[in-house]
Design a protein around this ligand. Sequence first.
Ligand SMILES: NC(=O)c1ccc[n+]([C@@H]2O[C@H](COP(=O)([O-])OP(=O)(O)OC[C@H]3O[C@@H](n4cnc5c(N)ncnc54)[C@H](OP(=O)(O)O)[C@@H]3O)[C@@H](O)[C@H]2O)c1
Length: 264
Amino acid sequence: MKDLKNKTVWITGASDGIGKELAIQLAELGAKIILTARSTDKLNEVKNNLKGTGHLVYPMDLLDVGAIPKGVEEVLSQVGQVDILVNNAGISQRSLAKDTALTVDRKIMELDYFAVVALTKGVLPQMIARKSGHIVSISSVAGKFGAPMRTAYCGAKHAVIGFMDSLRAELHNDNIKVLNVTPGSVKTNISVNALEGDGKKHNVTDPLIANGLPVEFCVKKIVRGIQKDTSELLIADTKTKMAVYLRRFFPNQLFKLMTKMQST
Ligand SMILES: NC(=O)c1ccc[n+]([C@@H]2O[C@H](COP(=O)([O-])OP(=O)(O)OC[C@H]3O[C@@H](n4cnc5c(N)ncnc54)[C@H](OP(=O)(O)O)[C@@H]3O)[C@@H](O)[C@H]2O)c1
């Protein structure tokens, strides 16, 4: 298993939820964490409670994709190298396609897909030069099958998987590992922060998320996936895993089930 001691791990969306817990668990294994999100105060609080030293807070609004290359340059000048990038920052959706402004589709795509692509491209050259590195992306089961009220989110999460699967093949000879994580519902603020059709914050913890997997459990599995150089990791309850299986092998059955789904 990969030793994470003294590895430099850049985590986006590290101020809350899955990203915050990843910072905690990876720091416990001796990793040095670069914490990125918009909320500087929250990031500093997370950093101050991490085990070990050498962690760095680097606030960014990743919706400003054009600013990412400069951000990467600044981070690299401070830490020297990034061993593992965790593309975790993301935003979900709670609206029907017909009620969703195109600006909202674009916003979700910008953060959940283009920021991932830009950050990944930013850290790759130094990984390729060292013939070592790891790109981890937190997609979703929404990247494996479509569900109502999530058109933009499912589109972006599918796109991440397509990009990363292609990248994995391209980087094989450079010894760079690519892990796609596809969690089902995890108990975080994801639905509170999700966008409605007019771009307003949803502000509701919906039942699927309230009854979701504990974030500590999900993150333990992700860390194990990184240590074992896993390429794809599905972390979900049995019903959700069945949906992924149906989409793969019996798609028409899943499409029929989806028409009856009471989505929130
Ligand atoms: N929870 C689930 O059920 C679930 C399931 C499958 C996949 N996922 C995926 O897991 C990832 C983490 O989600 P979560 O559940 O931990 O959600 P969360 O609790 O809402 O956390 C989202 C994180 O993203 C950051 N973020 C949001 N907008 C940003 C921006 N413009 N620039 C930089 N950072 C930004 C937030 O920090 P700031 O607000 O401080 O910027 C926060 O740290 C997401 O990609 C999500 O799609 C979650």
